[in-house]
Design a binder for this molecule. Structure first.
Ligand SMILES: [Zn+2]
Length: 220
C-alpha cells in the first residue's frame, strides 16, 4: 500500500489485497475525482481511502476473478460507471447500471485525468491497459498493465497462439509508448518500459517453439 506518484495534477495510490493483487486509486488533485483500477478481494484499505475522494468510475484490466472478487464491495459503496474490455464483460459479478467505453484508443477524462484505453488481448481476450500520460513533458507516464506485462515477462498465456497474441499486444501496443513510462501491473512491483524492452530484446534473441506458453519469463 502506498503513494506511488504525486504530481501537480494527480496522485496515484496502490493497495494490495486478495491474491497479492494491486488495485489503484488515481485522483485528480483539483476536482478530487477519482478512478479505481481493479477490485481484488477484501479491498478494505482501498475503500477506506476512497472515502476522501469523489469516485467517478471503476476500470477493470481484465475479467479474472482475482481482480474482481472485491467488485461487489466496491460497487455497493460507489455505484459508478464501469469500464472493462467487451470480451471480458461477462466476467463482472454483477451488471452495473452504466459502462465506460474502453474500446481501443478511447480517451476518458475525469477532472484533469486523461486516461487512454489500450486493448491488449492475449492473457484474456478482453485484457485492456490504461495509460495515463505524463503531466507535462519530462514527467513520467504510467501504464496500468493488468496481467499483460510484469517485470520479467508477460502474463500467463494458455496456448502458443495466446502467447503470440500477448507478445503482439506488448510489442505493438505497449513498447511503442514513451520509454520512461512506468508499468504498474496487476500484481507485484513496477518496471520502466525501457527496462522491460531490454528484457524482451534478450528473450527475442532466442528461437521460439510451440511449447513456449504458460508462465514465460523474458530472461531464462
Ligand atoms: Zn489474470
Amino acid at each position: 500500500m502506498g503513494l506511488i506518484y504525486s504530481g501537480k495534477l494527480w496522485i496515484i495510490q496502490r493497495f494490495i489485497s486478495g491474491f497479492s493483487n494491486n488495485s489503484f486509486l488515481v485522483t485528480c488533485k483539483r476536482t478530487k475525482k477519482s478512478i479505481i483500477i481493479d477490485t481484488p478481494a477484501a479491498p478494505v484499505d482501498l475503500l477506506k481511502s476512497s472515502k476522501n475522494f469523489h469516485i467517478v468510475g471503476i476500470l477493470i484490466t481484465h475479467g479474472h476473478s482475482d481482480h474482481l472478487e472485491g467488485f461487489k464491495d466496491v460497487y455497493d459503496r460507489h455505484q459508478v460507471p464501469v469500464g472493462i474490455g467487451n470480451n471480458d464483460i461477462n466476467s463482472l459479478p454483477l451488471k452495473p447500471k452504466d459502462y465506460i467505453n474502453v474500446n481501443d484508443g478511447k480517451i476518458n477524462r475525469f477532472g484533469d485525468l486523461v486516461i487512454r484505453s489500450i486493448e491488449t488481448p492475449g492473457h484474456t481476450a478482453g485484457s485492456t491497459c490504461y495509460f495515463l500520460p505524463g503531466e507535462s513533458p519530462g514527467l513520467e507516464p504510467h501504464l496500468f498493465s493488468g496481467d499483460t506485462l510484469f517485470p520479467g515477462g508477460p502474463g500467463k498465456s494458455s496456448s502458443y497462439a495466446n502467447f503470440l497474441e500477448i507478445v503482439k499486444s506488448i510489442t505493438t501496443k505497449i513498447y511503442t509508448l514513451p520509454k520512461h513510462t512506468y508499468i504498474l501491473p496487476g500484481h507485484g512491483e513496477f518496471i520502466t518500459l525501457e527496462d522491460s524492452t531490454k528484457e524482451f530484446n534478450e528473450f527475442n534473441n532466442n528461437p521460439l517453439d510451440n511449447k513456449t506458453f504458460g508462465n514465460v519469463k523474458w530472461i531464462r
